[in-house]
Design a binder for this molecule. Structure first.
Ligand SMILES: C[S@@+](CC[C@H](N)C(=O)[O-])C[C@H]1O[C@@H](n2cnc3c(N)ncnc32)[C@H](O)[C@@H]1O
Length: 344
């Protein structure tokens, strides 16, 4: 595995970044290594999707290809499942920087001593799970996702494993299996009913006294530019799938309704395209996300794919100019140990 360590020019803080880089091909290394790195996100337009070389009969069952992006047909998840999406999931490194760490719940000591941890919806590259497993070798980490995790076994620490599973349909674990559950960025995947079922499921599989932590971005933008056509189209696409992007505000209430206590709810500010290197990278990641949605957004706006991509680029240029930001909600709570479980 190729890893690149980048150091912040002023703080000197270093991170290992973009460990899946070799998947997009060695030529990118040349662009990345000199000076402060250009990133795969910066180079995304140069990354050729495998699907540009495949005929329809090569596309695995359960997927469809639109404008050279591969989408899962077996779920309501709007974003593609392909190599470009794997690169976009490097959002992990940006969020870790913004959150000043990988988690906020008070579990540091327990992680060091050795506990059982679930990453619910770990993503196909499972950066959080793998990184946490490397940092805390005494603990056991399990990542679940509806999609396959694409890592090679050599990339996976021995205290870390993955299972294909659906949080909403029921996790393949006994009641009270985990000491700590982390779930991040499910805002575009879950309907309100999914949130209710999903949190109830997490509450079932966490031990009494164990913690559930969630990180989700807000659906509203602060200092947003006047032209938000693209975002409004994304919202209406989500609504058509039954997804209410604002429902993440209910997470503390859902935890409380499921017998959690010591619930903490806070947010971090996430800049789009401004505010230093991390804001800039986050802007690029957002542009990548919204561009990935262009095949779905263009028909909603009744414009061509190319016009949609141009409008998306303009939106992100305006975010930068307006210093637009949104909130990243960090919520965690501890399952009460006194009441009989599960609560129905
Ligand atoms: C935006 S990604 C976030 C990945 C990872 N948590 C992170 O923060 O980097 C959302 C992930 O949730 C997965 N997902 C969506 N619905 C799910 C469900 N019902 N059960 C489990 N995973 C799900 C998707 O396949 C995708 O990998």
């Amino acid at each position: 595995m190729i890893s690149i360590v980048v150091c912040h020019p002023t703080s000197g803080v270093c991170h290992t970044i973009f460990p899946i880089l070799e998947k997009v091909g060695a030529p990118h290394l040349n662009k990345i290594l000199p000076g402060f790195p250009a990133t795969p996100m910066e180079n995304q337009s140069n990354i050729l999707s495998t699907f540009e070389f495949l005929s329809m009969s090569d596309i695995p069952e359960g997927f469809k290809v639109i404008k050279c992006r591969r989408y899962n047909t077996n779920s309501d998840y709007l974003l593609p499942t392909d190599e470009k999406e794997e690169i976009r999931l490097n959002l992990h490194y940006i969020l870790r920087h913004i959150m000043h760490g990988n988690y906020i719940a008070p579990v540091e000591e327990q992680l060091q001593e050795g506990i059982v941890v679930l990453d619910a919806g770990c993503g196909s590259t499972a950066e959080w799970t793998v990184e946490m497993a490397s940092h805390y070798p005494n603990s056991t980490f399990i990542g679940i996702d509806i999609n396959d995790v694409v890592l090679q076994s050599a990339e996976i620490p021995s205290n870390c494993s993955f299972i294909k599973a659906n949080t909403v349909l029921g996790l393949p674990f006994e009641d009270e299996t985990f000491d700590y559950i982390f779930q991040r960025c499910m805002f575009a995947s879950f309907t309100p009913r999914d949130w209710e079922t999903g949190i109830r499921e997490l509450a079932r599989v966490v031990k009494p006294g164990g913690w559930v932590e969630s990180f989700e971005p807000s659906s509203s933008f602060e200092r947003s530019p006047p032209d938000m056509r693209i975002y409004k189209a994304v919202v209406s696409l989500s609504e058509a799938q039954g997804i209410d992007l604002g429902y993440v505000l209910e997470i503390p209430n859902l935890l409380a309704a499921n017998n959690f206590e010591d619930i903490s709810s806070d947010y971090v500010s996430i800049p789009f395209g401004w505010g230093g290197r991390v804001g800039e990278l986050h802007g690029r990641n957002g542009l990548m996300t919204w561009t990935a949605l262009a095949p779905l957004v263009a028909p909603v706006l009744k414009i061509s794919h190319e016009e949609c991509v141009d409008l998306t680029k303009a939106a992100f240029a305006n975010f930068k100019a307006n210093k637009t930001w949104n909130k990243g909600y960090c919520v965690y709570g501890r399952k009460a140990s006194s009441r009989k479980w599960p609560v129905r």
